[in-house]
Design a protein around this ligand. Structure first.
Ligand code: SAM
Length: 356
């Protein structure tokens, strides 16, 4: 296990002011600014972190959202963003890395390898990428790490070292349906884990609600329903009839607002016949990303995904009026992202409103 760093700290503004990267030695400066441990800074540069990538950013408009697309590794993207003074500017960094599944996946529009020599090698790389991503998160922003049982428990510990245990906000369980087989060794695992850290205690989420109806609400409350003189239905609030601070809860208001979400999200995967399917392996559903964007950002905020794959985060963010950075080291992914952004541009809002 990597033993690097670093308790809680409010270093963000420091980082934004001091992390200027020189073209001569971009990675070293980047890594130092990112808090990467000394042995990482000093080791020889590998193909994955050779500094600024020659390809530059492509900027496209999707409605009024600005979408930036970059082909390169996460290390290269971070170095580029530091060079352009973008540290600490993203309210949401969504991170959907390889899960340590040991799988090699190929689909119509891309291939994806999740094979590693061992767990230690995987965790060292994840640790380094945590440090890089932390530098990009706004002081009142969030990092969401999408992972599953293969490594989630190790990643929680590493993430806590970077963001501080007290800044861990939620483990969201994304539960999906799928084929189930009887087994004697393990039961079917049908969920992913989304680990959410805030950059500081000042980061706030936005309320998100699920729709529900009168019957669901009444059966949850198990209380007598009353009607007022206008025929509006209501029940007593918390303290019960006759006690101090009792109040009426009107059913039509509760149903109109919806039910505040909890930490288990039931949403379908992108199946083989789904309209949104791009043909890229490991594609996540737009509905999932839209919910994350709505929960953790406001219209006009910036979102980043440095392992963007087919660009699901881009679709969710741009259609919700957020600017978005999308990078991936796989050229098949960035080509697909460009096509996808062009396709969704028709549906995108063209003026600011109250989009959630
Ligand atoms: C799980 S997929 C992301 C899928 C994406 N969320 C979607 O909905 O399509 C992970 C992506 O990370 C990319 N990747 C893996 N290691 C990377 C690295 N070091 N730098 C940049 N991209 C990387 C892979 O090419 C792959 O596209």
């Amino acid at each position: 296990m990597p033993t690097s760093h670093m308790g809680e700290h409010d270093r963000e503004s420091d980082q934004r002011n001091t992390a200027t990267v020189t073209a001569e030695n971009p990675l070293t400066e980047d890594a130092a600014a990112a808090g990467v441990p000394a042995q990482t800074v000093n080791r020889p540069l590998g193909p994955d972190d050779s500094g600024i990538h020659p390809s530059d950013v492509q900027t496209v408009s999707v409605g009024y959202a600005r979408v930036e697309i970059y082909q390169g590794t996460l290390a290269e993207q971070t170095a580029w963003l530091h060079l352009h003074n973008r540290q600490g500017t993203f309210r949401l960094v969504y991170w959907d890395p390889p899960f340590f599944s040991g799988k090699q996946k190929a689909a119509d529009r891309g291939s994806f390898s999740d094979r590693w020599p061992d767990l230690e090698t995987y965790l060292v790389e994840m640790d380094e990428d945590f440090a890089r991503l932390k530098t990009l998160v706004h002081p009142e922003g969030f990092l969401v790490l999408h992972c599953d049982w293969h490594a989630s428990h190790y990643l929680k510990v590493i993430g806590d070292r970077h963001f501080g245990y007290q800044n861990f906000r939620n483990e969201i369980v994304w539960h999906y349906k799928g084929r189930r087989q009887p087994a004697r060794l393990v039961i079917n695992s049908k969920h992913d884990n989304l680990l959410v850290w805030a950059a500081s205690s000042r980061a706030v989420m936005q309320p998100v609600y699920d729709p529900w109806d009168r019957e669901q609400y009444v059966s949850m409350k198990r209380q007598q329903v009353h009607s007022d003189e206008d025929g509006r239905e209501w029940i007593w609030g918390h303290n019960g009839r006759g006690r101090a601070r009792s109040y009426r809860i009107y059913l039509d208001e509760v149903v109109a607002r919806g039910r505040a979400i909890d930490s288990v999200w039931d949403m379908p995967i992108v199946n083989t016949t789904a309209k949104e399917r791009t043909g890229y392996p490991t594609q996540k559903p737009v509905a999932l990303l839209k919910r994350i964007v709505a929960l953790l950002t406001l219209e006009g905020d910036s979102v980043a995904d440095l392992m963007a794959g087919s660009g699901t985060t881009g679709e969710a963010a741009a259609l919700s009026g957020r600017d978005v950075w999308l990078g991936d080291r796989n050229p098949e992914a960035t080509a697909l992202i460009q096509e996808r952004m062009a396709r969704i541009a028709q549906q995108a809002p063209t003026h600011r409103g109250r989009i959630r």
